[in-house]
Design a protein around this ligand. Structure first.
Ligand SMILES: Nc1ncnc2c1ncn2[C@@H]1O[C@H](COP(=O)(O)OP(=O)(O)OP(=O)(O)O)[C@@H](O)[C@H]1O
Ligand SMILES: [Mg+2]
Length: 248
């Protein structure tokens, strides 16, 4: 992390205290967020143009293409919101609460990664218990947390395997439990604690921000995130998101 911060901001950061590191990290993220907005807006324009081109095709639009463009548009909007949130310096700790059905978020994330999973022979499935109460949560942030966990799971599996997203109720404490399970190599106990720290990564191309963001989001919702290995192998990431006991 010191190395990354030093390279990004210039100078030696190894002597900084935790507070100063957090401040540097926010600056770095704001800069990144700012730069990301430019390609985002040009992408948005081109998606719009592509939609118009499609409408001019003889015989009308192709239903599959229209659905894919819709997903691209939603994702662009989501990215733009993420960036805006960082830029307003609110960070992911400001939660815009509204009633959210966790099943809808899980369904959306699974649809988002279905093509990617299919090309890599990974069976991506959702198992959501019936009649779960809504969460009072920030839908965009929950989506972001699950996206990060599912990406990590797909990366851990690489090819041919399984990624499952489950949701169920927990009575004490009153919460919804969301699990992302994969059939990858599992978590190396050596990394288990540090994994949630910013910039901690074991992947060549990783930034090490994914699990840190998940942790920030879940904490901002008064919840917890844990990582373990399943007895049969593979990692299990468990989120506990509180709900009023009366709704269970
Ligand atoms: N499903 C998983 N199975 C095994 N190890 C995992 C899993 N998810 C995360 N890890 C470990 O935790 C580390 C940190 O994950 P995190 O998502 O924060 O960063 P990253 O995936 O390396 O990079 P980024 O998310 O920024 O692309 C990973 O590099 C990996 O070592
Ligand atoms: Mg990641």
């Amino acid at each position: 992390m010191d190395d990354l911060l030093a390279r990004a901001l210039g100078g030696d950061t190894s002597q900084l205290v935790a507070e100063q590191r957090q401040a540097l990290l926010s600056r770095l993220l704001s800069r990144l967020a700012h730069e990301v907005r430019n390609p985002l807006s040009s992408l948005d324009v081109h998606v719009q143009l592509l939609e118009e081109d499609l409408h001019q095709l003889p015989g009308g639009t192709l239903p599959k293409a229209a659905e894919r463009l819709e997903i691209i548009r939603t994702e662009l909007k989501r990215l733009d919101n993420i960036v805006l949130q960082f830029l307003s310096l609110a960070g992911p700790t400001t939660v815009n609460r509204q009633p959210v059905q966790i099943g809808e978020v899980i369904d959306y994330v699974c649809r988002l990664f279905a093509p990617e999973a299919a090309t890599r022979d990974i069976e991506l499935s959702a198992h959501v218990d019936a009649g779960l109460p809504p969460l009072e949560a920030d839908r965009a942030q929950l989506t972001q947390a699950l996206v990060n966990l599912v990406i990590n799971a797909l990366q851990a599996v690489e090819r041919r395997g399984r990624v499952e997203v489950l949701a169920r109720r927990n009575e004490t404490p009153a919460a919804l439990v969301v699990e992302v399970r994969d059939s990858g190599a599992g978590i190396d106990p050596q990394h288990a604690v540090a994994m949630f720290e910013p910039f901690y990564t074991t992947r060549d191309q990783g930034t090490g921000l994914g699990l840190w963001i998940v942790h920030q989001i879940v904490s901002a919702h008064g919840g917890r995130v844990q990582a373990t290995n399943a007895p049969a192998g593979g990692a299990v990431f468990t989120l506990q998101l509180p709900v009023p006991a009366t709704t269970l």
